[in-house]
Structure formats: C-alpha cells, structure tokens
Design a protein around this ligand. Structure first.
Ligand code: IMP
Ligand code: MG
Length: 170
C-alpha cells in the first residue's frame, strides 16, 4: 500500500454534502439509484443511508478492466438492470471516473432507454486520465492519476474493504 489519500472522515463529510445536494434535487421525484458494480457498492451503501428521502435501488455490473491497472476500453455488461427506467429519474452511482470510457458507454446505453432524467454521482474523479468526456453532476473528490485502492476500489479483487482510499504502490 502507498499513502492514504482520502481518509474515513473525508469520505463521511463528502457523503453528507452529496446526500444534501441529491435530496434537494430529487425530494419530490421518484428517484432510482443505480450502482455500478462492483466498485460502487460501499459508497452506495453509505450514500443511501444518508438520504432522508424515498428512493429505489438497482445495480448494473460491468467489467472494463481485464484484471490489470489500466482501462482496456472494452465495456462488458455482466449484469443488466432489473428495472425498466423509461420515464424514471435515474442517478448512476460510481466509485471513480478514470478514462471515462465505462461511464460514457453506460450513459449512452441508459439514455437510449429514455429515462425522465439521467445524472451521475461519482465519489472520485481522475480527470488527468480522461479519454472520453463525462460530466459528473455530484462529485466527492478529484484525485491524481495514480492507481487507488480501498472503499470499494480493488486491485485484482483485493483491498475493497479498506475504510479509506489509498494509493497503490506495488
Ligand atoms: P474508466 O472506464 O477508465 O473511467 O474506469 C472506470 C472503472 O475502472 C471504475 O469504475 C473502477 O472500477 C475502475 N478504476 C478506475 N481507476 C481505478 C483505480 O485507481 N483503482 C481501482 N479501480 C479503478
Ligand atoms: Mg467500477
């Protein structure tokens, strides 16, 4: 492990702020939170418990990395939504936007299903690695272009359970 970049306290503070903004925007709407598995499951679990409003939750599972530390650019849908999102207010919840390839693909795919609205909430943004433009409506932290682990982020399925986000140095 490298150094701790985002502490447990930093994460808790960001979640409070994000939950406040989301609640203001969606209070009178029927919100569907869509977690992008696997990386977002811890962030989504904490975020949803900070939301003092009604909502539903669904998941998508994608694979964009072939097990290494750089994006392959190929997005595979491993599990699609259970919910019909036509006319629904959809908020996609991600752990990190890196190259943007996964998110731009997912946003395009979901938009084609004609939701009432479609926005993106990401805990982390690594803008220096961007290959495809992605607009993040609700963002926790901007991070440098290093490989990160913890709080849902993995390296070959390890380190997801760390309560903080750290840089990886092999
Ligand atoms: P993108 O398509 O390059 O934007 O990558 C999106 C996905 O790659 C994220 O949802 C993560 O699952 C994974 N990813 C990107 N950067 C990191 C990292 O630093 N650590 C762990 N996973 C990452
Ligand atoms: Mg992910």
């Amino acid at each position: 492990m490298g150094r701790i970049l985002v502490t447990e306290e930093d994460i808790a503070g960001a979640i409070e702020e994000l939950a406040g903004a989301i609640t203001r925007d969606y209070l009178h709407k029927r919100l569907l939170l869509v977690g992008v598995l696997k990386g977002s499951f811890i962030f989504l679990a904490d975020l949803m418990r900070a939301l003092p409003m009604e909502f539903e939750v669904d998941f998508l599972a994608v694979s964009s990395y072939g097990g290494g530390t750089t994006s392959s650019g190929t997005v595979r849908i491993l599990k699609d939504l259970d919910t019909n999102i036509q006319d629904r207010h959809v908020l996609l919840v991600e752990d990190i936007v890196d190259s943007g390839l996964t998110l731009s693909y997912l946003m395009r795919m979901l938009k084609a299903r004609r939701p009432a609205s479609l926005r993106l909430c990401s805990l982390l943004d690594k803008p220096a690695s961007r290959k495809k433009e992605v607009s993040i409506d609700y963002l926790g932290f901007t991070v440098p272009s290093e490989f990160l682990v913890g709080y849902g982020l993995d390296l070959q399925e390890k380190y997801r359970g760390l309560p903080y986000i750290a840089t990886w140095q092999g």
